[in-house]
Design a protein around this ligand. Structure first.
Ligand SMILES: [Zn+2]
Length: 265
């Protein structure tokens, strides 16, 4: 069968803008080192459901939210150009579904640039989109006026690998091609994705990146307070590290790791 009979024929990774942070301000006992954190978007080309986007990256709206933008950019220097906009990278591809991991500006930045799609996320993330609050780090100017079609993931499923580590697994499309994993800690109800056909787990903002996982307990107070629940944050990093050790063939990708734009097929 074509493409080994896969339901998802292609996965493309895009970087849509980035922010910079100083490692010295994030972790204890670190020297000044500026790290770039690109904003990841993933496109799944599904044979039955068409183009599905996971997160939307930054957009110019990051600069257009008044004083909030100024404060955000002061702590999180953001670089974004027109060519970074996911809509421009996708050319004319029609997007049928958008899955949102959580409502932070580097994940929902370009949501307003799409129409006629089905939004898929968890109940908690949808709630933060419907009632944007600064304390949840949600930029009001990024929220579309209306969500026409919404699918809230609630019915739990089981997976022979994931269920060993995580309690809440969802069958996102109903065909087991994309499994949702509830990864609380960074943001309430945060949604990660696992693609069994490709053995890739998109762990979104469960961590800043695998290189920092062994130092994460040295997180300073301010970045600690930015996490929705620091204990759950640490717990999920440990579970992801355990999974990586037990299943070496599974690739874990965090949203803000430095990586080249890539295609899996
Ligand atoms: Zn985030």
């Amino acid at each position: 069968m074509e493409n080994g009979g896969k339901k998802i024929k292609k996965i493309s990774l895009y970087e849509c803008g980035y922010c910079e942070n100083n490692l010295e301000l994030i972790l204890k006992n670190e020297k000044r080192k500026i790290i770039k954190f690109p904003a990841l978007c993933v496109l799944f080309e599904h044979k039955k459901f068409g183009n599905i986007l996971f997160d939307t990256g930054y957009s110019n709206l990051i600069y257009e939210n008044g004083i909030i933008s100024k404060i955000y950019n002061f702590f999180n220097k953001t670089t974004f150009e027109e060519s970074d906009l996911i809509v421009n990278k996708l050319k004319d591809k029609k997007i049928n579904k958008i899955i949102i991991s959580h409502a932070h500006p580097d994940h929902i930045g370009a949501l307003r640039y799409f129409d006629n799609y089905e939004l898929i996320t968890t109940k908690e993330v949808f709630h933060t989109l419907e009632q944007p609050k600064l304390k949840n780090l949600v930029f009001r100017n990024m929220i579309p006026d209306k969500f026409l079609k919404v699918k809230i993931l609630k019915e739990k499923t089981k997976d022979k690998i994931l269920s060993k580590y995580f309690k809440e697994i969802y069958d996102v499309l109903g065909d087991k091609s994309i499994l949702g994993i509830r990864l609380d800690g960074h943001s309430n109800g945060q949604l990660g994705l696992y693609i069994p056909e490709y053995k890739i787990l998109f762990a979104t903002d469960s961590s800043w990146g695998k290189d920092l996982n062994n130092k994460i307990e040295k997180m300073k107070l301010i970045p600690r307070l930015i996490q929705n629940d620091y204990n759950k944050y640490i717990k999920n990093i440990k579970l992801l590290e355990k999974l990586k050790k037990d299943y070496k063939d599974i690739k874990i990708i965090y949203s803000h790791e430095k990586q080249k734009e890539k295609i899996y097929e």
